[in-house]
Every structure is written in C-alpha cells, then in structure tokens.
Design a protein around this ligand. Structure first.
Ligand code: ADP
Ligand code: MG
Length: 252
C-alpha cells in the first residue's frame, strides 16, 4: 500500500490552509508529520481520510484517487486513530472495536473472534464488556488501535494519538503501533507533537509550517537546528538529556 499526496491544497471557509503538499508513505514505513500548532497537519490528515476535499492536487492510495472511492472501499484501505477520544461514547469496548467492521458484511461469530484477537494484541484481552468511557487514556487509545486493526486496512493514519497520555503511555502506544505496522506491513502516517519522539520512532518524517510541507527525509537529516528555528522559532540545542525507555510489561 502506498499513499501518495501530490500538490494538495485545502481551503477552509474560503481560506487556504494547506498549500501544495507532497508526501509519500510506502508499505511497512512509519512516517511522521510534525509542525507547529495550527500549521495544517490535521487539515491535511482529514483530507487524506476524506473528511475534507482538496481544492487542488491528488491523493492516491495504491494508485486510486481516494476522493473517487466509495466510502466503503476507502474504509477498507484506510484506518484512522485520532487524538480526540469522543468522551460521550456510551458504548462497550467490544462495540467500539466492532465499529471497525462497518465497511464489511457483518459476520457475528467471526467478528467477535476478530475483536477478541485485536484486543488481545493491544493488551486489552477480555475487555469487551467494559464501558469505553471508563477506560484510562492509554486504554482508550489501545482500544482505538484495536478498532483500526479489525478494519484490516493497509494504511493507518494517526493524528496525535498520544497527546493526552503521560510519557510512559505515549511510548507504549508508539511501540505498539510501530510493532503492528512492521508485523502487518502497514503504511503508517502519524502526526506527533514531540520532535524527539518522532525522530526516535519514524523511518522518515515530514515537517510542515504555515500550510506547507517544507522538508522530508530521515529525521537526522531533516531536523536540523536551522530548520527547527525557522519552523518553530526556537533555538534547538543538542545536549545530554533524560531519555525515556519502556520498562518491561508490569502495568501502571
Ligand atoms: P494543526 O493540526 O497543525 O494544529 P489544523 O489543521 O487543525 O492545524 O488547523 C490549521 C488551520 O486551519 C488553523 O488556523 C485553524 O484555525 C484552521 N481551521 C481548522 N479547522 C477549521 C475549520 N473547520 N474551519 C475553518 N478553519 C479551520
Ligand atoms: Mg492537529
């Protein structure tokens, strides 16, 4: 599965928000998109998953224009894990995960089995009957990853999937997503806030600023002090700092 974004511009309320964005994600790649608040990352992501239409340019998944696909066909190719976990969800975890099967014919027994396997894979084995709203932030995100898994897509989009989580649970989600992507050969595009984390987890990253994709490539080549100061108007200094790594499985 290859996601190809070519010259995409997006307008909102008649205002240009994204300008001529180019971006590529290939099979098995974990690609990050970073950039300051309000630079247009979510707008671009929403256009890729068809919540918005581009004013110009083309977005293809495996060569097909995503805006020409039926919602069903599109939902079979692209799964989304967003930042906002709808707080009002008065559903069980099992119901939330099964929403991932919406683009397919329902098959009750097989779907229960898929749901159980996906929950197991994200470390929420047996959580089907729990009320989604009562989960911790980290558990909610893992349930949404399970929902993406049962959707059986080859492209996974994540928009700040770890923003509400503490550092340990951020790492947990990022490791999980990266491992799943490698295991299943997914093309993964993730908007991440933390530049160090993005650099540590991605194969490649793109930097957006004021609606434009300014640079793309391996993180150590792209995240130069010059680019960071241009984009974020802060000075980037390399120095020894605390580095967080996951401990073993015991839960917290
Ligand atoms: P990011 O995800 O990088 O923080 P967004 O894509 O959410 O940025 O927003 C980019 C710009 O588009 C912001 O200036 C924001 O105010 C504006 N914007 C976002 N959503 C809408 C909308 N529905 N209507 C009008 N403007 C919007
Ligand atoms: Mg955003």
């Amino acid at each position: 599965m290859r996601l190809d974004v070519r010259g995409v511009s997006v307008h909102l309320d008649g205002r240009p928000i994204v300008h001529e964005a180019d971006l590529l994600v290939d099979d098995g790649e974990f690609v990050c998109l970073v950039g300051p608040n309000g630079c247009g990352k979510s707008t671009l992501m929403r256009t890729i998953y068809r919540a918005l239409r581009p004013a110009s340019g083309l977005i293809t998944v495996d060569g097909d224009d995503v805006h020409g696909l039926s919602w069903r066909e599109s939902a079979r190719r692209t799964a989304v894990v967003a930042q906002e976990t709808p707080a009002e969800l008065d559903f069980t975890v099992g119901e939330v995960v099964l929403m991932g099967r919406t683009p397919y014919e329902r098959a009750a027994a097989e779907d229960e089995e898929r749901c159980a396997r996906a929950l197991d894979r994200v470390g929420l084995a047996g959580a089907q009957e729990r009320i989604y709203a009562t989960l911790s932030g980290g558990e909610k995100q893992r349930a949404l990853v399970a929902r993406a898994l049962v959707q059986e897509t080859r492209l996974l989009l994540l928009d700040e999937p770890t923003s509400h989580l503490d550092v340990r649970h951020q790492l947990e989600i990022l490791h999980l997503v990266r491992e799943l992507g490698a295991e299943l050969g997914l093309a993964t595009l993730a908007v991440l806030h933390d530049l160090n984390q993005a650099a540590a987890f991605c194969d490649r990253l793109y930097v957006m600023s004021a609606g434009r994709v300014l640079a793309g490539g391996p993180p150590d080549q792209v995240l130069t002090p010059e680019l960071i100061s241009q984009v974020y108007t802060v000075r980037a200094v390399r120095r020894t700092q605390l580095v967080f790594e996951r401990l073993k499985e015991e839960d917290g």
